[in-house]
Design a protein around this ligand. Sequence first.
Ligand code: NAD
Length: 455
Amino acid sequence: MKRRTFIQNSTIAGLGVTVLGKDEPKKSSPFKSNNGKLKVGVIGTGLRGQGHADLIWRRDDCDLVAICDISQRMIDRTKAICEKHGKKLPTIYQSGPHAYKEMLEQEDLDAVIIATPWRWHVPMAIEAMEQGVYVGMEVSGAASVDECWQLVRTSERTGSHLYFLENVCFRRDVMAILAMVREGLFGEMMHLECGYQHDLRGVKFNDGETAYNSGAEFGEKGYSEARWRTQHSVTRNGDLYPTHGIGPVAQYTDLNRGNRMLFLTSMATKSRGLHEYIVNHPKGGPDHPNATVDFKLGDKVTTMVKTVNGETIVLHHDTNLPRPYSLGFRVQGTKGLWMKVRDGIHIEGLSKSHRWEDSKTYLDKYDHPLWKRYEQRAIGAGHGGMDFFLMHSFIEHAKRGETPPFDVYDAASWMAITPLSEQSIAMGSAPVYFPDFTDGKWIDRKNTFAHGDEY
Ligand SMILES: NC(=O)c1ccc[n+]([C@@H]2O[C@H](COP(=O)([O-])OP(=O)(O)OC[C@H]3O[C@@H](n4cnc5c(N)ncnc54)[C@H](O)[C@@H]3O)[C@@H](O)[C@H]2O)c1
């Protein structure tokens, strides 16, 4: 039996806690080793995993002791980041797609971050939870509802925590709006909109040496996400990436904490964007082999969710058409609304009747204490600094073995939007009901996210 499993079992036995079945996760990461430093591993050191590694190496309260990937190029890029920080090279696991099991077996990790392609998230998270490691799992939609249940049941049985790494919950304006929602400025929540609207037709980036663009290629010949993500557009038709939208909205409406998603209905347009991109790309053309691919994913997928407390939530998924990036937030209550697309705010009694106001005044006034406190440390972190807040929160929760703000129940229900929206579309937009992954615990659970200014 591994040390961590032993500590976990003896602690649970000592507390007389029943872990089978319906109990919430109680603990993981006793965090007793390594001179008070959290021992962290990263599985998947692609573009996202490298960002996480960089943030870990900036800290002095944790050590990145092991990394795992199957791509030599990505490992080399990660090693270069390590050298830049002057840190000790982590042990590298790269013997194949299941090398992560070796890593979890051999390293006595306190915490692990999973930043691999979507299909790997759940098996890797389950394996890590079985080992008693505090898990940070990157965001995605689920492949099936059953997969979501597996996450929940494993966490409940092992007592291991799963932190669902939804960084947009930490976006500065998103958090200021949360403060306004909690002060009641918008009144009672009524209708919310959100989504993932990001032109992903080509993965373009520059690593300092080479500018990459997957162009008309995906799969084996693609780079980074184009190697695996585009394939989902070939085979699936649903909201493939719901969490950047539903994560913040879940905080505004207390989902899984006094409220929950009841059912959804989903509709998709026809699919044109990827085909036209391939046909018109200089490296593609009508004779390119990928010009014959029959993409299943509708270019615009619209999903509407009804909550138990009576709010409606619209989720937009829009990744294969030309468009500027936007998560398209709208937060509307009985007394006013905030809309990101229009970038306006209107509060009854404060704003001129029927007039938008510039939201900046409000966003400055309600700037979250966390942002005021850590603004300087967040400089240079990804996605406008919010990735610092996510990593900081993950590490601090893992150090204490605390329940994360976005936990296994959130992961399961947010990820379930994907298979449920696929089902709804396949059945002519029929309503599809959400399972209650909390088994009724949502009634009493409290929203703990960002109530203080510590982490
Ligand atoms: N929250 C955010 O803002 C954000 C941003 C980008 C990506 N992501 C998420 O992060 C994840 C990774 O995305 P990415 O852009 O880094 O993709 P990527 O393709 O650049 O990285 C994935 C890495 O996983 C590796 N990998 C694949 N199978 C593996 C296995 N079996 N074992 C170990 N390594 C394996 C690949 O070689 C690659 O290096 C995805 O879930 C994506 O949705 C989140």
